[in-house]
Design a protein around this ligand. Structure first.
Ligand SMILES: *Cc1c(COP(=O)(O)O)cnc(C)c1O
Length: 355
């Protein structure tokens, strides 16, 4: 499919200070769009100036939540090259999400080609400081104007991109998390393993209540028994107990994080014991009490590794790793970031130089 380019005649001013980029508020000059309807399939791939899109107020995505998204980054390497990290995995996961909410799949090769074209057109926007990057948000929405609870016949896929700051501009300080025992995020058979908007809307109230109590994030327990640890906020969760690195298995209610998968691979390569298994909150707090819980950290594209310094469960606080960043957390962070910025050889074939 040909991807038409309609470059902007009025480029925006780029942010001058890379230390003040923040996250998710600045967007580049261009966006990529592809239309879909049942008769034609995907068609009319085009890059246009970044601008509001017109939607009928009856558009299906605005009523019954038929929408999915992805999140990934492009990095400015040491050698002035531009790198993507495991981007094809994001397109595969987009299609897994699409199937769950009855949306059409998009050919991953087309997605990759379109993404590269868009990034290279706006390459001057990619910040250079270590830790900064270009955030990429592929999105698919149902746009058919029709008020009925059924899969739409028309969709729009688009990608927007924008420079983001270092997640750790204030340093890698461990966060306090609240073990959520009232609300749940996902249940087996539900939509927890899809990156679909409704999951995140449902998480806002628990997150707000936790924030009011002084916590950065909530740790979700499984939705049936509220017994097994699953994820934290928009990150997968890892615990280091008795020399074993443990993360929740992909049982259907856990999002299959690409950072999660990378961490599992690296931990195994380092010869450590890595288990994907059910881990009860009882086991976690018992290990925290008797000193066997050495580290806990979240994993996700935004932060890479986010150390947890304290968890609070049923009004009891448990300090982890003396509230500091653990040794393994730091080592994993350094390793993954060095691969992403092409500062060291990539033994996994995870990074792709695109320009
Ligand atoms: C996106 C996401 C993650 C992390 O996935 P990555 O591919 O590592 O960025 C984890 N949990 C949830 C709920 C998410 O939405």
């Amino acid at each position: 499919m040909e991807i038409k380019i309609n470059a902007t005649a009025q480029p925006k001013e780029k942010p001058a200070d890379e230390s003040k980029l923040g996250f998710g508020r600045i967007f580049c000059d261009h966006m990529l769009l592809i239309d879909y309807d049942r008769a034609k399939g995907w068609h009319n791939a085009r890059i246009e100036p970044y601008a509001p899109i017109e939607l009928d107020p009856a558009a299906a995505c605005l009523h019954y939540g038929q929408m999915i998204f992805e999140g990934l980054k492009a990095y400015h390497g040491n050698d002035e090259g531009i790198y993507l990290f495991r981007a094809v995995e994001n397109f595969k996961r987009l299609n897994n999400s699409a199937r769950r909410v009855c949306m059409p799949e998009l050919d991953a090769n087309l997605g990759m080609e379109a993404l590269k074209k868009l990034i290279l057109l706006d390459r001057e926007w990619i910040p250079k400081a270590r830790g900064t990057s270009l955030y990429i948000r592929p999105t698919m929405i149902a746009i058919e104007p029709f008020l009925g609870v059924q899969a739409a016949n028309k969709y729009l896929f688009y990608i927007i991109i924008g420079p983001v700051g270092s997640y750790y501009s204030e340093g890698l300080s461990p966060v306090k998390i609240y073990v959520e025992d009232k609300y749940v995020r996902a249940v087996p058979g539900g939509t927890g393993e899809a990156k679909t908007g409704g999951n995140y809307a449902a998480s806002l109230l628990p997150a707000k209540e936790a924030k009011e109590k002084g916590f950065a994030q909530v740790l979700w327990l499984d939705g049936c028994e509220k017994m097994y640890v699953e994820e934290v906020g928009t990150m997968n969760m890892f615990f280091v107990i008795d020399g074993e690195v443990i993360t929740a298995p992909l049982t259907g209610s856990v999002l299959s994080g690409i950072t999660r998968d990378s961490v599992i691979r690296i931990v195994r390569d380092w010869g450590l014991k890595m288990e994907e298994r059910l881990l009860s909150i009882g086991e976690v707090v018992a290990a925290a009490s008797n000193g066997n819980l050495k580290e806990a950290f979240g994993t996700g594209t935004a932060a890479v590794i986010s150390p947890v310094g304290q968890i609070t469960y049923k009004d009891k606080d448990y300090v982890i790793a003396s509230g500091k960043m653990g040794e393994l957390s730091q080592k994993l962070y350094d390793e993954i970031v060095a691969i992403q910025y092409a500062e060291k050889p990539d033994p996994y074939g995870w990074v792709e130089k695109i320009g």
